[in-house]
Design a protein. Structure first.
Length: 57
């Protein structure tokens, strides 16, 4: 289950991407989460996925 708070979600996902997953798609597939939903929630606090860095920035 993903954190409800957007700032906590950002921290959680960036940690997982940095340490365990080569891409956001791999994270979403493994965790059975919706990529679009994650991107929308983080866009609300002005963070967007950077594929090159494999992080939300």
């Amino acid at each position: 289950m993903l954190p409800k708070d957007a700032a906590m979600l950002l921290s959680f996902i960036n940690l997982k991407l940095r340490d365990f997953y080569p891409s956001l798609d791999a994270f979403c597939e493994d965790m059975d989460e919706d990529r679009t939903g994650i991107e929308k929630r983080l866009a609300e606090i002005d963070y967007y996925y950077d594929e090159e860095k494999n992080q939300f920035v």
